[in-house]
Design a protein around this ligand. Structure first.
Ligand code: MN
Ligand code: MN
Length: 464
């Protein structure tokens, strides 16, 4: 019979261990306290705007100040810049000049959701609805019948902003999209899941009580009246609004051992928080530490607040100018962790992954050399040198980590901001938390992996 144990095998084989075999009681306490902080952040950040506002609050409490052009920057100076309230850049100035590069961590704070259309309000058969347009990659059926909140802003013609948040307070009403009862779903069930929920069926119920005035669209009139009284808006104001329906679920622990966290928007606020927590604890690093919370990743990193925007060049260029350094030289010597989630191997659906190379729950922060699809198309594909560098950092700092790939080859794929950072001549690698049920209204991650992602970024910032 073959022996299971062998000294040579131990020495020569690559072995991965469950993270819980590798940490002690003291570190478990740190893990729990870190995750408490994360759960509170996630509960208060259901849109990119809220994630930015909450990030600023945490940063200011740790001495970060808004960046002003021309301000004095010394090693240890802590600054932030809000890009239109939708993405956030933070930096702690390093001891070394920016010509030697910076250490950047880039996550995104937008998540899949249902945006209200520009002209959303209508009445049909005495029910008033809001029409939506989904944002990001969703399975539409997952959004039926679940409780939804409405978050966002309405910017009036005069430029004044009205903040909207309905459903978060437990005394608020929620919104809901209906589904067909099984009794009458014979035809619906024959269709594929992509077909059986047409996108134009994703309409939120807004109300049902008709106005006293006997006119056409009495329910809509009554709802517009409620909105006018509460927010001072008229229907035309929806034209310049950004309102999103997001799941009305609280962040909760999962499992009898409470090892997992369920919440809306782990992708990618779980990495955004890891970066935030890491940079907030960084004082006078060797190289300037930069933290990016980007917007629009879920729709291709487009737009002024997305990672393709020159807003990043402007911020970094300004910092370089104060030291008389060329931005291109700073970028060429910089190192970026594109901190984004990846797919966790799901034993219920093993067929979509190749188990030797898939990220596993509780095995630590997941490093993706490439994302993309097919023959590594549309991916960053970090070099062996960059992977070796991250191996070194992790080994020195006891970061538990694993290699990952997003599904079997030719199964599908996905992207992150990594390739837009690499396009800037910055050495970049993807690292993040493996997620179960990614892009669902309620996603699941492991506390252990959340904590290791924070440790990964903290170690990168601290590198000499
Ligand atoms: Mn993501
Ligand atoms: Mn995503």
């Amino acid at each position: 019979m073959d022996k299971e144990k062998s000294e040579r095998k131990d020495r020569l084989f690559y072995k991965q261990k469950n993270g819980y075999e590798l940490i002690d009681e003291k570190e478990l306490e740190k893990l729990e306290s870190y995750c408490k902080g994360y759960m509170a952040y996630l509960d208060s950040a259901k849109t990119e705007r809220e994630a930015v506002a909450e990030g600023i609050k945490l940063a200011e409490a740790k001495g970060f100040v808004p960046y002003r052009t021309g301000m004095e920057l010394k090693p240890g100076t802590k600054i932030y810049h809000s890009n239109r309230g939708k993405s956030l850049l933070l930096a702690v100035i390093g001891k070394k000049p920016l010509s030697e590069g910076s250490v950047i961590a880039a996550a995104h704070v937008d998540s899949p959701r249902l945006d209200l259309k520009q002209i959303p309000v209508y009445e049909d058969n005495s029910i008033c609805y809001f029409k939506t347009h989904y944002y990001g990659g969703i399975k539409k059926y997952q959004w039926l019948t679940i409780p939804l909140e409405l978050h966002g802003v309405i910017v009036l013609k005069n430029g004044e902003t009205v903040n909207v948040c309905i459903g978060k307070d437990k005394s608020d009403p929620i919104f809901q999209i209906t589904d067909l009862l099984p009794h009458l779903a014979k035809e619906q069930r024959k269709k594929t899941s992509d077909e059986f929920v047409p996108a134009e069926n994703l309409n939120l119920i807004a109300g049902t009580i008709p106005d006293k005035e006997e006119v056409k669209d009495r329910v809509k009139l009554a709802i517009m009246d409620l909105l006018h009284k509460k927010y001072g808006i008229i229907e035309e104001d929806f034209l310049s609004a950004e309102l999103s329906a997001v799941p009305a679920y609280d962040v909760r622990e999962v499992g009898l051992d409470r090892s997992l966290i369920a919440g809306y928007g782990h992708d990618d606020r779980v990495c955004a928080y890891a970066e935030l927590a890491a940079i907030l604890e960084t004082d006078a690093p060797e190289k300037t530490a930069v933290c990016i919370l980007a917007d629009k990743e879920e729709i291709g990193s487009e737009g002024v607040s997305g990672m393709k925007s020159m807003a990043f060049e402007r911020f970094m260029g300004d910092l370089c100018d104060t030291q008389g350094v060329k931005l291109s030289h700073c970028f060429a010597n910089s190192f970026c962790i594109s901190a984004d989630v990846t797919n966790a191997f799901d034993p219920v659906y093993p067929d979509v992954s190749e188990k030797r190379n898939a990220a596993k729950i509780n095995y630590g922060v997941a490093i993706c050399k490439f994302t993309g699809h097919g023959g590594k198309s549309d991916s960053n594909d970090a070099s062996a040198e960059v992977v070796a560098r991250i191996r070194r950092i992790f080994a020195k700092n006891n970061v538990v980590w694993q290699m990952a790939e997003l599904g079997k080859v030719d199964q599908g794929g996905g992207g992150t901001v990594a390739m837009y950072m690499a396009e800037r001549d910055i050495d970049t690698i993807d690292a993040g938390v493996p997620v179960l049920s990614m892009h669902a209204p309620y996603e699941t991650v492991s506390k252990f992996d959340c904590y290791m992602t924070y440790k990964c970024i903290k170690a990168a910032y601290a590198e000499k």
